[in-house]
Ligand binder design. Structure first.
Ligand code: THU
Length: 155
């Protein structure tokens, strides 16, 4: 597992599983409910048995209740497949009625939740997303959230 964030110029430079998850995440933006931000986000994750689980962002007129695509997918996965390990998660976004993908890196809340999943399953999760200038990046939650707060602080 890489110890630094990896950057890729083109989607084609990623491994085939990552490309497949990006494709599934893209498809899932069709299920985004984003009437307020008009920012459609899709996430797709893979379990250690190859199962793919997807999620799309779900907004609410009470803005703090909006839920990110990543967390929709993560909680769906653990609710239906408890005990399975999540190996990879891809997230993509585009503006409503735009075809081209926009830069969308996981928000801080999702990074914190991803970190809890990594701690829980004792295995890192490879996160694939598109950063600025259309560059793809791959990182574990641990790398995206250094000096983090976790359960050891509560012991
Ligand atoms: N959003 C996600 O689904 N994932 C992210 O990582 C960033 C933000 C959603 C939340 C909200 O519905 C919209 O994008 C604008 O913030």
């Amino acid at each position: 597992m890489a110890t630094t964030i990896q950057y890729f110029e083109h989607l084609e430079d990623l491994d085939s599983e990552s490309k497949y998850l990006v494709h599934k995440a893209k498809e899932t933006t069709a299920f985004s409910y984003a009437p307020y931000s008009k920012f459609c986000v899709g996430a797709a994750l893979m379990l250690d048995d190859g199962t793919v689980i997807t999620g799309a962002n779900q907004e609410n007129a009470s803005f703090p209740l909006c839920m990110c695509a990543e967390r929709v997918a993560l909680y769906a996965a653990t609710s239906a497949h408890a005990g399975r390990t999540i190996t990879k998660l891809a997230v993509v976004a585009h503006k409503k009625n735009h075809k081209e993908l926009a830069a969308a890196t996981c928000c801080g809340a999702c990074r914190q939740v991803l970190l809890e999943f990594e701690a829980r399953q004792k295995k890192p999760i490879e996160i694939i997303m598109m950063g600025e200038a259309g560059k793809w990046l791959k990182a574990t939650a641990n790398l995206l959230m250094p000096v983090s707060f976790g359960k050891e602080s509560l012991e």
